[in-house]
Write a protein that binds this ligand. Structure first.
Ligand code: ADP
Length: 443
């Protein structure tokens, strides 16, 4: 895959985008982290000033074995922060979170030194006492210009790291409309010096595709319901508006309404059928079946319709086809859907041919037509529920026939696919396992 010309052009661009994103994320994380740290420092300084103001009259500051633990715990509880009250000589007089008897002299803590020198100090570092990175802010407690102690308030940085982490996940690398969707997660490594980051590339193409299918399903079902319901409403209004007084016209309107109701009923029936097959609730009885027995009845039923449409409908079955393992009724439904489509999408004068051949352990059954064909862009989605190629919109139908066919074939451990050229025709093929292995199964 990576050898194609498209990839060779795309890869250098992707690398450039990744590098640019990594740089941007690093830069942004630094900015955001810096802004949050400034905010936190201002908040802690204001809190330390409040404590200083409240405790300035306490005599414990001036006693050699003064105990300010209750005050430290009280303010820590109020502010949801760690509070340490330090004497002028660096002795810890009050501590909210630890046993101060175990704490060493705090005079040379950087924030304490800064507070003594400049009236306020702050420091970011790993706290061995608390076991995580903290921001410390300290201010001196003074009386008439004389330093009596230091008030220190601290908070862990986990909240700030969480804010910065939100920046780390970045998505915009999407290649080609129907193609690849890659998610890039760039995470700066905090501990790395010089700054480095981890880049994770995740292929979300399948997830994106499923999301699109789900969105389309909802919008399609709304569209499919809205059109016949609007038509029914208009017919009822017309009848009410006077058409009832004109019996031949009323009869025409009623026929029209019946057609719409039948189409809605058919759609609901097919949707239920599809959901039963998809969820595995539909029972499949696989047994050895002669291929002619599953393909000829639907073709015979559709022959009059083909003739009315001016088409030649033919069947070509070799005489030596082995029996296949199939639920005959379900496979007849697949053949009906494929042949019915071929008739619908082939203009008068064309041909529809059903053929089968035995290849290895499988029999491949194909329905070929000389019809309008399917645009290349639509081909990958043609087996999705409600999907209709634009050209076919006017052809009526629910857009469920191929989805049902796909699920039935898959429940037989078979494959179904289409080859088509717009304007020239289409060939739908599916496989069934032959009974050579003799493994009769029942689902
Ligand atoms: P429906 O025929 O009810 O619209 P299907 O699921 O059977 O729904 O088919 C989905 C779409 O696939 C059709 O609307 C049409 O666009 C396209 N399609 C299916 N069979 C053919 C075909 N033989 N030739 C051209 N287009 C086809």
């Amino acid at each position: 895959m990576f050898r194609s010309i498209r990839w060779r052009i795309a890869i250098p661009y992707m690398l450039l985008i990744l590098l640019a994103m990594a740089g941007l994320v690093l830069h942004l994380s630094k900015l955001v982290r810096g802004a949050h740290l400034d905010d936190l420092e201002a908040q802690l300084t204001a809190e330390a000033q409040l404590i200083e103001d409240a405790l300035t009259s306490s005599p414990a500051w001036d006693e050699p074995d003064g105990d300010l633990d209750p005050s430290a715990q009280h303010y820590a509880e109020l502010l949801k922060a760690r509070v340490t009250l330090i004497g002028a000589d660096g002795t810890v007089l009050g501590e909210s979170h630890e046993d101060r008897a175990q704490m060493d002299n705090h005079l040379y803590r950087p924030e304490v030194q800064q507070a003594l020198a400049r009236g306020q100090g702050s420091s970011l570092r790993f706290s061995r006492t608390m076991d995580y990175e903290m921001m410390y802010v300290a201010i001196p407690l003074t009386t008439e210009g004389c330093v009596r102690g230091i008030v220190r308030v601290a908070l862990p940085l986990r909240q700030i790291e969480a804010h910065v982490a939100r920046l780390h996940s970045v998505e915009p690398v999407e290649m080609d409309r129907q193609g690849l969707f890659l998610q890039v997660i760039v995470t700066p490594l905090q501990e790395a010096e010089p700054q480095a980051c981890l880049i994770i590339l995740q292929d979300l193409t399948r997830v994106r595709r499923l999301e699109t299918i789900r969105r389309d399903f909802i919008s399609n079902i709304s569209h499919e319901l809205r059109t016949p319901l609007a038509s029914l409403k208009a017919l009822v209004d017309t009848l009410r508006g006077g058409a009832l007084e004109d019996p031949p016209a009323a009869q025409r309107f009623l026929n029209h309404m019946e057609t719409e109701v039948d189409a809605l009923t058919q759609m609901v029936r097919e949707l239920l059928e599809l959901s039963r097959i998809e969820s595995g609730r539909a029972a499949f009885r696989l047994e050895p079946v002669v291929v002619a027995d599953v393909v000829l009845p639907p073709v015979e039923r559709l022959q009059p319709q083909a003739e009315r449409a001016g088409l030649q409908l033919t069947v070509d079955l070799p005489g030596d086809l082995p029996p296949v393992l199939a639920d005959a009724e379900r496979i007849q439904q697949v053949v009906t859907n494929l042949v019915h489509n071929a008739i619908k999408f082939t203009p008068s004068g064309g041909m529809v041919m059903l053929s089968a051949e035995s290849i290895g352990e499988e029999v491949v059954i194909s329905v070929r037509d000389t019809g309008v064909g399917i645009p290349a862009d639509d081909l990958p989605r043609i087996f999705e529920r409600f999907y209709k190629a634009d050209r076919a919109r006017s052809g009526g139908g629910t857009g469920l026939g191929l989805a049902i066919a796909k699920h039935i074939v898959q429940a037989h451990d078979g494959r179904i696919w289409v080859e088509s050229t717009e304007g020239q025709g289409s060939t739908f093929s599916f496989t069934l396992l032959t009974d050579r292995k003799g493994d009769k199964r029942s689902r």
